[in-house]
Design a protein around this ligand. Structure first.
Ligand code: PHE
Length: 518
């Protein structure tokens, strides 16, 4: 009886072992053989690379993972953090920290010199003065009626000295963060370029009991079939072949080849969607007259967006000439509506203002000029182009960005046609949930805002509408025009899953190479 039980156990064990052998791929076999060459060792990455003769650590990670899942090895991780000087830190180590230099100067300066003027005369640059004074203020130096004053001189000196010796201690080598004063690490981490921190994870691989006892027979690397081809299936050899298991989650090296910039790839995709929908592409110049960029669109000459705060007006060319017939037409439309049925804005039109040179603030200038050049030809056109506005750079704004612009100019153009065109466009881009809401633009009536549903939220992506008669009539057309202008960067943020617009243009090759391929 006892014998019988034991033999069942043995058979089961063997089946399990054979099962494992079969499911181990060549990399796992090679790694397991390597570890078995010194079964009790706690292996490091470089030791494993040496014995396996692999050049890429990704094999160790991948095979290690599979061996761990099979219960044959254990992976231990330990993390460490090292600190070294950044470029500003190097500079501070040789020339002194900014606060130290200013403080030393303050301590020996005449009382009458202890002010901003004195600071500049002592040779401090403008870009140093602001941050430098900020640093001293946080140490307790005050500015009273323009002069620097302080109490607690000793404490200030002591703090600055401890910062200085921290920086000097890092001068020639990097240090383990654990051996350094963590409050100084925190302090310098908040200042640009002074220190650099690197976190490293070290892994060790050890065989488990099951691993040590592993039956080494069958650990030879075998010919495994990784790809099923028609040729293979035509023969008989596949019946007895061993197939390579395929794990889509296994770590693999990221190919280091070149690729188009994600923005360029996105532009190409948008282009192909519009071409597919029967649109043709148009282009235009960055430099335009205020007339074509704004007056043609019935934007009142007193509109706040026209002022220097929003628009980049040019010194060269300061003036961009516009055909006198257009200036006359716009003047009539703006002053009293001409024969559009509108009353106009009721204020005198300034033709000089209309000829000011500027950087286009939207690509609507391209579509409007296209209509003026082809007033009697039905057209469906789009353009993707760069536009310029005086914006402060932040998470969602850039002074240079792109718009996706388009029009449908034909006798029966109408609002449902506009909405279904935009819905089709976004659906083809992968965003089927689109809605429109009433909006206002000086040049369209009705005007609608386009929004897409993304991660539980409605996001505004652009404006659109039917051009007003005040816009179309001076252009010489009698047909309605569906028009839209949408933000490309906004769409890019959705497609690439970013929450900061600046990431699109930072030359960070590593991050760029990890962005999705479009
Ligand atoms: N030009 C508008 C913008 O820059 C968008 C728009 C284009 C609105 C065409 C209506 C029609 O936001």
């Amino acid at each position: 009886m006892a014998y019988f039980k034991a033999s069942i156990k043995a058979r089961r064990y063997q089946r399990r072992v054979r099962g494992e052998v079969l499911s181990l791929g060549n990399n796992e076999r090679r790694m397991l053989r390597a570890l078995l060459s010194d079964a009790s060792r706690n292996w490091t990455l470089s030791e494993i690379l040496e014995v396996t003769e692999w050049s890429d650590q990704v094999h160790v990670a991948g095979a290690g993972q599979a061996l761990r899942e099979a219960g044959l090895i254990e992976i231990r991780e330990s993390s460490s953090r090292s600190v070294r000087l950044g470029p500003e830190g190097q500079n501070a180590a040789s020339n002194g920290l900014l606060e130290a230099r200013i403080w030393n100067w303050l301590l020996q300066a005449e009382e009458s010199e202890r002010n901003m003027q004195g600071l500049f005369s002592a040779g401090f640059e403008r870009h140093e003065a602001g941050p430098g004074v900020g640093l001293l203020k946080s140490l307790g130096v005050k500015v009273e009626s323009g002069s620097f004053v302080w109490e607690g001189e000793k404490e200030v000196t002591a703090t600055i000295e401890s910062r200085t010796s921290f920086i000097q201690s890092l001068e020639d080598s990097q240090h383990d963060a654990g051996s350094l004063d963590s409050s100084l690490i925190d302090h310098f981490q908040g200042r640009k370029g002074l220190i650099e921190i690197e976190d490293t994870i070290t892994r060790n691989w050890t065989l488990t009991k099951a691993g040590v006892e592993y039956n080494t027979e069958g650990l030879e690397e075998v010919q495994q079939i990784g790809e099923i081809t028609p040729e293979l299936l035509q023969g008989e050899s596949w019946r007895d072949a061993e197939f390579k298991p395929f794990d889509v989650n296994a770590p693999a090296p990221i190919p280091a080849g070149g690729r188009p910039h994600p923005m360029q790839a996105l532009i190409e995709r948008i282009r192909s969607v519009f071409l597919e929908m029967g649109f043709s592409e148009i282009e235009g110049d960055y430099v335009q007259s205020a007339g074509w960029n704004m007056d043609a669109l019935f934007i009142p000459q007193s509109h706040p967006a026209r002022t220097m705060q929003d628009t980049f007006y040019l010194n060269d060319p300061e003036k961009v000439e516009v055909a006198p017939e257009m200036l006359d037409l716009w003047a009539k439309v703006h002053e009293h509506g001409h024969d559009t049925g509108s009353k106009g804005w009721g204020v005198e039109f300034d033709k000089e203002e209309a000829q000011k040179g500027l950087l286009r603030t939207h690509t609507t200038v391209n579509t409007i000029r296209h209509i003026a050049e082809n007033p009697h030809v039905p057209s469906r056109v789009f353009g993707i182009g760069r536009v310029f506005r005086q914006e402060t750079i932040d998470r969602t704004h850039l002074p240079e960005f792109h718009q996706i612009e388009g029009i449908i100019h034909e006798p029966d153009a109408n609002l449902p046609m506009l909405i279904s065109t935009l819905k089709t466009f976004y659906a083809k881009m992968g965003y089927p949930d689109v809605r429109v809401r009433p909006a206002y633009f000086p040049y369209t009536e009705p005007s609608v805002e386009v929004e897409v549903f993304w991660r539980g939220e409605w996001l505004e992506l652009g404006g659109s509408g039917i051009f007003r008669p005040e816009v179309t009539e001076p252009l010489g057309t009698e047909w309605p025009v569906c028009a839209w202008g949408m933000g490309l960067e906004r769409l890019a943020m959705l497609v690439l899953g970013l929450d900061d617009i600046r990431e699109l243009y930072q030359p960070d090759l590593e991050r760029l190479s990890k962005m999705p391929i479009l």
